[in-house]
Design a protein around this ligand. Structure first.
Ligand SMILES: CC(=O)SCCNC(=O)CCNC(=O)[C@H](O)C(C)(C)COP(=O)(O)OP(=O)(O)OC[C@H]1O[C@@H](n2cnc3c(N)ncnc32)[C@H](O)[C@@H]1OP(=O)(O)O
Length: 405
C-alpha cells in the first residue's frame, strides 16, 4: 500500500498546490499580491493532488476547453496545465498514480480528448499522450524589410497593460483560425498565462495591436531583452515575441513590419510558430529569417477513441482498419474502420496496428504514416496501406495550437 493518497484538491489547498507546482519547476512561489492576480484561475475544480500526512506532494491540474479537429468540428478537451511532484517524492510512482486518476476522471466527465505541453519528452508517452502538433522557433536578423508589394496597409498601436488585459481576450475570440489543433482560451487562462507577463515583476511584456479596415484584427505580445555589455555597449537588443495571432495576411504582415522596425533591436526571435509559418516569404531577403528549431507542441491523449475518430473528417480514399492498443484505458482497445464516409468499430482484419499515443500523432494531421511505420510505431502496414492512411488523415494546413498552457 502506498503512503500517500491521490484525490481532488479542496479550495483551501489551491495555494499550497500552486506553490508546489511553481517550486517543482524551480520558480519562486508568488507573494500575496501576485497570488491575488491569479487565484481565480487556480480553483480546485479539475485539480488532482497527491498528499502525505495532509501535505501536498504532487499536483496534476487541468481546465476545460475545446479543440478544433480536422474538418472544423470542436471537441471538449481537458487541458492539463500543471504537473509537478515535490523533489523529495519523485520516482516513487506519484505521477503515475495521479495520471491514472486523472485519465479516469476525464473519461467519467465525458472529455473525449486531453492534451498538455510537456516539460520533457520522456514523461508522457507512457500515459498515452502523443505529439500531435509541432512548433517552429524562428529568428529574423535585422535589417529585414518586407518584400515590395506586401500588403500591410493597417496601423499598429501599443496598448497599456490595462488596455491589453481589457481588449485582447475578445480580439482573440473573434480570430477563429479554424486550424486543427487550435483551442479556446477560457477566461481563467488569461490571468495566469497572459496578464501575468505584462507586469514589471512578471516580465514587462508589451502588446501591439493591428487595425485593418474592419477594426482590430491581430496582436503581438513581445519583450525586448538587452544584449549590450560593458565591452559591447552598442550591441542591439533581441526582441522576443511570445504570442502572435493575425486574422488575415494584411494583419500578419503589418505586425511583422512593426516588430521588425523597433529601434535598437538587432534580432527578432519567436518561438511557438506553426511549422508552415510564412515569415521568410514576407521578406525582401528570405534568408534573413531562419527556422532554428522544431519542437513538439501539443501532446494529445485520445480518451474516447471512437468519439474522437468520429468527430474529424477524412480525405477521399478507401478505408483502413486500425487496430488500437491502450494500456491505461482498455475500453479504447479494438479495431476501427476509418473511411471518408465515417468511422465504425469492426471485427474485420486490421490493416495496421498502433498504440493510442501514435493514433494521437496521426489524428490532427501532424505526421505522415511512413515515418511512424519506419520508426516501429505503426506495424503490419504495406506501402499501399500507408499511402491510404495518409490520404485519409492528411490535412490542408499543418495543425498548430499557438496557445501555451
Ligand atoms: C504538463 C506539465 O505540466 S509538464 C511539467 C512536468 N513537471 C516537471 O517537469 C516538474 C519537475 N518534475 C517533476 O515534478 C517530476 O519529476 C515528474 C512530474 C516529471 C515525474 O513525477 P514522478 O512522481 O517522479 O514520476 P513517476 O515516479 O510516476 O514515474 C513514472 C515513470 O516515468 C519516468 N519518469 C518520470 N519523470 C521522468 C523524467 N523527467 N525523465 C525521464 N523519465 C521520467 C520514471 O522513471 C518512471 O518510469 P518507470 O515506470 O519505467 O519506472
Amino acid at each position: 500500500m502506498s503512503d500517500y493518497a491521490v484525490r481532488p484538491i479542496t479550495e483551501a489547498e489551491c495555494r499550497p498546490t500552486f506553490d508546489l507546482l511553481v517550486r517543482s519547476l524551480h520558480g519562486n512561489p508568488p507573494p500575496d499580491e501576485r497570488w491575488e492576480r491569479v487565484r481565480e484561475s487556480w480553483t480546485a475544480e479539475g485539480r488532482t493532488g497527491a498528499f502525505h500526512d495532509g501535505e501536498p506532494i504532487g499536483i496534476a491540474s487541468s481546465f476545460p476547453t475545446t479543440l478544433t479537429v480536422p474538418g472544423g468540428a470542436t471537441l471538449e478537451m481537458a487541458a492539463v496545465d500543471g504537473v509537478g511532484v515535490r523533489a523529495d517524492w519523485t520516482r516513487r510512482g506519484v505521477l503515475t498514480a495521479m495520471m491514472d486518476a486523472q485519465l479516469h476522471d476525464f473519461a467519467k466527465r465525458g472529455f473525449p480528448v486531453a492534451a498538455l505541453h510537456a516539460s520533457e519528452a520522456l514523461i508522457y508517452g507512457r500515459f498515452g499522450y502523443g505529439v500531435a502538433t509541432r512548433m517552429a522557433t524562428m529568428q529574423v536578423k535585422k535589417p529585414a524589410p518586407l518584400r515590395e508589394g506586401v500588403a500591410a496597409s493597417g496601423r499598429v498601436r501599443l496598448l497599456s497593460t490595462d488596455e491589453a488585459i481589457e481588449t485582447i481576450p475578445a480580439l482573440y475570440r473573434r480570430m477563429d483560425s479554424g486550424r486543427p489543433g487550435a483551442i479556446v482560451r477560457p477566461d481563467l487562462w488569461w490571468p495566469i498565462a497572459f496578464n501575468w507577463h505584462l507586469y514589471a515583476d512578471g516580465g514587462n511584456h508589451r502588446v501591439a495591436v493591428h487595425t485593418g479596415p474592419d477594426g482590430d484584427d491581430g496582436f503581438a505580445k513581445f519583450h525586448v531583452v538587452p544584449q549590450n555589455t560593458y565591452l559591447d555597449p552598442e550591441r542591439g537588443a533581441a526582441l522576443e515575441i511570445h504570442d502572435l495571432h493575425a486574422a488575415n495576411p494584411e494583419a500578419l504582415a503589418g505586425l511583422w513590419r512593426f516588430l521588425l522596425s523597433v529601434d535598437l533591436v538587432e534580432v527578432v526571435n519567436v518561438r511557438g510558430r506553426p511549422v508552415d509559418d510564412p515569415v521568410g516569404l514576407l521578406l525582401a531577403d528570405p534568408r534573413r529569417a531562419q527556422t532554428i528549431g522544431v519542437d513538439d507542441e501539443l501532446w494529445l491523449r485520445l480518451i474516447d477513441v471512437p468519439a474522437a475518430l468520429a468527430a474529424r473528417t477524412y480525405g477521399a480514399a478507401e478505408p483502413v482498419v486500425l487496430e488500437v492498443q491502450d494500456r491505461m484505458l482498455p475500453g479504447n482497445r479494438g479495431r476501427y474502420r476509418v473511411g471518408s464516409d465515417g468511422v465504425e468499430c469492426t471485427g474485420a482484419d486490421a490493416d495496421l496496428q498502433l498504440d493510442v499515443d501514435t493514433l494521437a500523432m496521426l489524428y490532427l494531421g501532424g505526421w505522415e504514416a511512413g515515418p511512424l511505420a519506419l520508426s516501429g510505431r505503426i506495424t503490419g502496414a504495406n506501402a499501399e496501406t500507408l499511402a491510404r492512411t495518409d490520404a485519409l488523415f492528411r490535412t490542408r494546413t499543418q495543425p498548430w495550437t499557438g496557445t501555451h498552457f
